[in-house]
Design a protein around this ligand. Structure first.
Ligand code: MN
Ligand code: MN
Length: 394
């Protein structure tokens, strides 16, 4: 029996229990042994791949749902790094939630940090190497960029917050950042007293959980920004480390839209370039590749699939849904197709100061037609349809 799944273009054979089976026409057979049906339903292109898939291709998918979740009094955090997704050497990601007033402990790290607010709002601060403080409130669709090594803070406002963090190294770990309490706990009290010019007793009331494990702790919702921030202008940073990505006018194309934020419009973002891409149901982000960096994806809503062409006769198709991470190594060709009934929205992050892509169709459109025809036996009608200006989503 064949019935349609969410993807109207794809037919998955199901057995009497309604479970999908790896059967397509004359190929395949039902599963007799143990199975994990919810995961098989989410990954129909792994259960039975398109016939164009071939060869052994690394894994390009990791759901945050499979990451260890660190749960503390302030909220929770889960990460996707090279430990979870070994191919993701250029970028690591963290999905973090802070309840109202919750504080991500004062810290710094050697990687640069790019943050995107998914829901709610928070106050962020950054202290720069010239001794100036930047402090701002951000909410859904806003982002921040903290250059490597500069200390910063994040505190949820009255509605709480959930955000995505992206770091410019796949080896990053949220559990290895330089924490202020950890340092206090590992400095002799008499040295602390000498450093701050106070008596040792000043540190008698240090929190009992001081050390490496404080990390995200419950706090009081701070007052308004104008009451909370130091008086301007002497100590205020002149540079902005936050950006309203959703306020950007999107580039619209038939089938979707895209917003690109990189150092050309958000000047501090020197190591992370970002695209927020919306693909309408049935539409496809066209065949393309990125010549300058690997692509790290975070799916915000909807569901889709992506085939990655890995050269040498190899290709593999992966299915994604909200909360998943996707990855595409530099130069590997790919598309992203909306296979669901609602808009597919995802963030694409690159370890670069600028966003760049190469469109297969646009390249073919500007080549001498005879050269293209000699490769693919396509006719003049096909050549005439090729674009001269790349539509980002079509
Ligand atoms: Mn950080
Ligand atoms: Mn791409």
């Amino acid at each position: 029996m064949k019935i349609q799944t969410n993807n109207k273009k794809r037919q998955i054979t199901k057995n009497g229990n309604g479970n999908p089976e790896p059967i397509a026409g004359n190929r395949g057979a039902s599963i007799l042994g143990p199975r994990n049906v919810p995961i098989e339903r989410q990954n129909p292109d792994s259960l039975i791949a398109p016939t164009t898939d071939a060869g052994t291709v690394p894994n390009f998918k990791w759901p945050f749902a499979l990451s260890h979740n660190r749960v503390l009094s302030g909220g929770w955090a889960r990460e996707t790094t090279t430990r979870e997704l070994p191919i993701s050497t250029e970028i690591a990601g963290v999905n973090m939630r802070l309840k109202p007033g919750g504080i991500r402990e004062l810290h710094w790290h050697k990687e640069s940090e790019w943050g995107y607010v998914i829901k709610g709002s928070c106050r962020v601060s950054l202290f720069d190497e010239e001794g100036r403080l930047f402090i701002d409130d951000v909410s859904a669709g806003d982002l921040w960029y903290f250059p490597s090594g500069l200390p910063h803070s994040i505190q949820a406002l009255e509605d709480g917050v959930e955000f995505l963090l992206v770091f410019d190294s796949g080896d990053f770990s949220e559990n290895e950042t330089f924490l202020i309490c950890d340092w206090f706990a590992h400095t002799p009290r008499e040295v602390l007293a000498k450093n701050f010019g106070v008596d040792k007793s000043a540190f008698d009331a240090l929190p009992t959980d001081i050390g490496h494990s404080r990390y995200m702790f419950a706090g009081k919702v701070p007052p308004s920004l104008s009451e909370d921030a130091p008086p301007p202008p002497a100590k205020q940073s002149r540079q902005s480390y936050t950006w309203h990505m959703l306020a950007q006018e999107p580039t619209k194309a038939p089938g979707g839209s895209v917003r690109i934020t990189d150092s050309r419009n958000f000047s501090v973002s020197k190591t992370i370039a970002a695209a927020r891409i919306e693909v309408e149901p049935g539409a496809i982000r066209e065949l393309h590749w990125h010549p300058n960096a690997d692509e790290w994806q975070y799916y915000l809503s909807g569901q889709g699939r992506m085939s990655v062409f890995a050269s040498g006769g190899k290709s593999r198709t992966f299915d994604y849904q909200a909360g998943d991470v996707g990855y595409v190594p530099r130069d590997m060709g790919h598309y992203v197709e909306n296979t669901g009934d609602e808009p597919l929205i995802f963030l694409a992050l690159f370890r670069s100061d600028h966003y760049a892509d190469v469109s297969l169709a646009q390249w073919m459109g500007v080549l001498p037609p005879e050269l293209v025809k000699a490769h693919l036996n396509v006719d003049d009608k096909f050549i005439a349809r090729l674009p001269k200006n790349e539509p980002l989503v079509r």
